[in-house]
Design a protein around this ligand. Structure first.
Ligand code: NAD
Length: 335
């Protein structure tokens, strides 16, 4: 197939672009590089710098394309509370611009990277696609609006549409910005470097962490299978894990002791969130295959951020805590 990926120089986009390219598909990327990095893309991928709201640019990039992956977005929940207008402009305005351009050029299918945040606080877990959305931040509102525009304009204009509600994706290459960093690289950097992990709330809140390769498999299937038009589909691991358990798993893997600080005066966000992935299994043939511990190990092995930790990992059977402390030259500094 010939695919255009908006936001294709970002974390999920670059993994998707590279995987499609390696499987022999033609891949074109549009990204404004507000957070992405084109160096993450394999040679042979057609990279274009630009804004997803630039309709004339989209007209030319959509020529000859059968499948569009729409990933370009502002992606931080807390930043969306500070800058709701910008989140609306890029995430909603960008989606509508793209759909308008797709109307004018013959595209077969548009796949939206939506988000599990649309569910908000749900009493029943795991969450499934029939539940009503409870967005609790502008980012989540922008994804609900994007889903609705996607299905409405797709039906009106005659192209197929699919929205994947992605849970907490993680893996090598995930950016670690100084503010509002995603949980896994942020916690891993602290645990591996013997720093302090700051958890808001009591750490009992749960999330569904899904490894990047599983997300990419779901995205590729969403372009290739029949019977997914106007479908919302959860893409998670289906496994519920608390932040406390996540930090413990990281500490075991790096052989370090985690120093966790709790800020109970700040809300830890929604209490529980885990995906029911039965619809993805049924429609996409999706089977999440990377367990959390395996995914965290791959993160350490493959992400340049953690190369130092990889070199310093203790041998199996060694006293892991003291071995890592010695090799990192930490002396007896209390954890
Ligand atoms: P990311 O920030 O790494 O990727 C987003 C990309 O979009 C970046 O490369 C950025 O430069 C680009 N971009 C932003 N504004 C743009 C604009 N106006 N025009 C063109 N490009 C623009 O984030 P990600 O984690 O790879 O997320 C990709 C998509 O998946 C997003 O839509 C996000 O909302 C969604 N999603 C991600 C997760 C996750 O856990 N990572 C979970 C749910 C949904």
């Amino acid at each position: 197939m010939k695919a255009l990926i908006t936001g294709g120089a970002g974390f999920i986009g670059a993994h998707l672009a590279n995987q499609l390219h390696q499987r022999g598909h033609y891949v074109r990327v549009l990204d404004d590089l507000s957070s992405g990095d084109p160096a993450a893309l394999l040679p042979g991928i057609n990279f274009n710098r630009g804004d997803v709201r630039d309709i004339p640019k989209l007209w030319s990039l959509l020529q000859g394309v059968d499948v569009v992956y729409h990933l370009a977005a502002r992606v931080s929940v807390p930043a969306s509370i500070l800058y709701p207008r910008e989140y609306n402009d890029v995430n909603v305005g960008g989606t509508v611009s793209l759909l308008e351009a797709c109307r004018d050029v013959s595209v077969k299918r548009v796949i939206l990277a939506s988000s599990a945040t649309v569910y908000g606080d749900q009493r029943a877990q795991p969450v499934n696609e029939t539940m009503s959305t409870q967005p609790a931040a502008p980012y989540a509102v922008s994804k609900v609006a994007a889903e609705q525009y996607l299905f409405t304009l797709g039906a009106l204009c005659g192209f197929e549409t699919v929205a994947l509600r992605i849970f907490n994706a993680y893996g090598p290459g995930q950016p670690l910005p100084p503010a509002h960093a995603p949980v896994i690289p942020q916690f891993m950097q602290q645990v591996a470097g013997s720093g302090s992990v700051m958890i808001f709330g009591d750490g009992a809140q749960t999330r569904d962490f899904v490894y990047i390769d599983d997300v990419v498999e779901a995205l590729i299937s969403a372009a290739q299978v029949d019977g997914v038009d106007r479908q919302l589909i959860n893409v998670g691991s289906g496994v519920e894990i608390s932040l406390n358990a996540l930090v413990e798993a990281m500490a075991t893997i790096v052989g370090n002791k985690a120093n966790v600080l709790y800020n109970r005066t700040v809300s830890g966000g929604i209490a529980r969130l885990v995906a029911d992935v039965s619809k993805a299994r049924q429609l996409l043939g999706y089977t999440p295959s990377t367990q959390l511990v395996t995914g965290l190990r791959k993160l350490i092995e493959q992400d340049p951020l953690f190369q130092q930790v990889k070199r310093k990992q203790p041998r199996a059977g060694a006293d892991q805590t003291s071995a890592v402390r010695t090799r990192l030259n930490l002396g007896n500094r209390p954890q």
